[in-house]
Design a protein. Sequence first.
Length: 423
Amino acid sequence: MNILLLGSGGRESALAWKIAQSPITDNLYIAPGNGGTGQYGTNLAVSPLDFEAVAKVVDDKKIDMVVVGNEDPLVAGIWDWMRENRPKVLVVGPSKAGAQLEGSKDFAKRFMECHGIPTARYRSFTAETIQDGYRFLESLQAPYVLKADGLAAGKGVLIINDLDEAKKSLREMLDGMFGKSSATVVIEEFLSGIECSVFVLTDGNGGYRVLPVAKDYKRVGEGDTGPNTGGMGAVSPVPFADAEFMAKVDERIIRPTVKGLIDEGITYRGFIFLGLINVQGEPMVIEYNVRMGDPETEVVMLRVASDLVQLMRAAAEGDLGELKLEENPATAVTVIMTSKGYPGSYPKGLEITGLETVEHSTVFHAGTKRDGDRLLTSGGRVLAVSSLGDDIPSALRKSYDSISRIAFDGAYFRRDIGQDLMK
């Protein structure tokens, strides 16, 4: 197969690494890719949101399947556009209607409510109903959770401890803090527990496979302090996500989600990301995403033992049949190396050295670019240093040893990834 992978981050680097291993992959193209994805295929300077340009690549490179890495093209309707304009080409991802599970927090909450999927109590508000929003906040206990309805580049969620500050933030969000994305704001009851990420590949006809479970670390500072980021590291498997817990996830969340999409006539052939929280042993949904997570993909791909391309092709065709998804029993970790200042402002164009000395880890590129023979930083999250081991400590030792061999000015990483799971 000739495959086109859309995206440019660490998630796409890990997907490219896995896709390139498949015996049924003939040629892999990544649009636009980054400074590391070129070792798995051919980078193309094409925006995933330029559907006409994507179609030209499909035609020129005789693409059989498009794998959509990030959410923006899915929410913009690339599945529907391709179905109408290039109907013979398989697309791994949901229709525009299905992508609303991530594209609209209000839609996702209403979907969960309709199909009996456990989630936090909530209500949605606009500028016209802001007084009702204030009263709803008053009915809740601190902390208060406010979410922009639309996509906000991972920055649209506020967790606030003070009621007056929560009211002020609601007003600011509705006044355009996140542009059009916060024209509607979802206010949720706060749930206390430990989070994990469950990934499901579904064929849109009731068939699905559950990928390895992961846990990511969002805060920039050690001890889960400081501002939220796109993710500072991840671990898989997750000790508390045992057979009993996952049986509850399957029965109460995955099956009703898959069935609910079918019942509503929504075509969904791709990955469903379930952001879950374990509340005293009971799984509840915090959010849906409509693609793989980042940096979780950088550990999940290390643990998928099956041919991912075969599975994705079957899902995109609408029939996973009897295909198995086997897991590597080893433990995988990833530690993110970031630019100094991230998630605030940070420099770009810093030279990265030492990658050729890494022996026991797989380094997935995120914010990197090539300048001739030089590898330079181009983003806040730069590298995902990923390793397998018998347990969390042994895998972490490999990643931290590899990090000690890699250098760029101001490089930062958390030294406590996975520590909470070892207690």
